[in-house]
Design a protein around this ligand. Structure first.
Ligand code: HEC
Length: 109
């Protein structure tokens, strides 16, 4: 898990250099938490209902960096399939992260 986190951090910094977008790559991006709630329910709700534990762990008792969540969703994990842009656009992903921030699961850093 520690290795995974280090890799994600590294990958995120590479991404930062790649696209050179500032506000986009660090901090909580501007997004609509209400629209994000719908996205969350649709894509994450079965395993993390309202950010709580079910098949997946509780998210609302932890604080993730926005870039970590973005990578995590796009790359997936062993038990979580990746969600690509065709299913969840970058704008929808921004909304989703804004919703997670409202849940207290994403922290501005
Ligand atoms: C099929 C069930 C499933 C779905 C759907 C799902 N998750 Fe997960 N999620 C998991 C499981 C299981 C874990 C625990 C880590 C692992 O085993 O992959 C997890 C872990 C996480 C983590 C913790 C990452 C870490 O660093 O520990 C985050 C954040 C997360 N999910 C966010 C989301 C978001 C956001 C969505 C919707 C876009 C989502 N998940 C959809 C099952 C799911």
């Amino acid at each position: 898990m520690r290795m995974g986190t280090a890799f994600v951090a590294l990958a995120a910094s590479v991404l930062l250099v790649d696209c050179g977008g500032r506000g986009e790559s660090s901090g909580i991006p501007p997004g609509d938490p209400q629209a994000g709630a719908e996205q969350f329910e649709m894509h994450c709700g079965t395993c993390h209902p309202n950010g709580e534990a079910a098949t997946g762990p509780s998210l609302s008792d932890r604080r993730f960096a926005p870039a970590h969540v973005r990578r995590w969703i796009r790359q997936g994990s062993e038990r979580m399939s990746p969600i690509h842009e065709e299913q969840l656009s970058d704008a929808d992903l921004r909304d989703l992260i804004a919703y997670m921030a409202a849940l207290g699961a994403v922290e501005d850093r």
